[in-house]
Design a protein around this ligand. Sequence first.
Ligand code: SF4
Length: 66
Amino acid sequence: MASASAASHAESEYKKVICSACDFYKPGDTLECAAFKVLKYLVETGKLTLEEVDLAVSQACRKSSA
Ligand code: SF4
């Protein structure tokens, strides 16, 4: 089923972008926090792009070691 596969791919992209910098991330965890759901909603309703979320994660969450 193509749509289920596409949805699964999108879900893994959300996890990769949103959860990648999260201190609570655990591989294989299927729980979704409110922040994850809100960001996913904003992307799916066209308010934000996943690229904009990725930029915000980079700016706000990933700390430089320098
Ligand atoms: S707490 Fe939220 S942002 Fe963090 S890994 Fe879980 S779902 Fe992702």
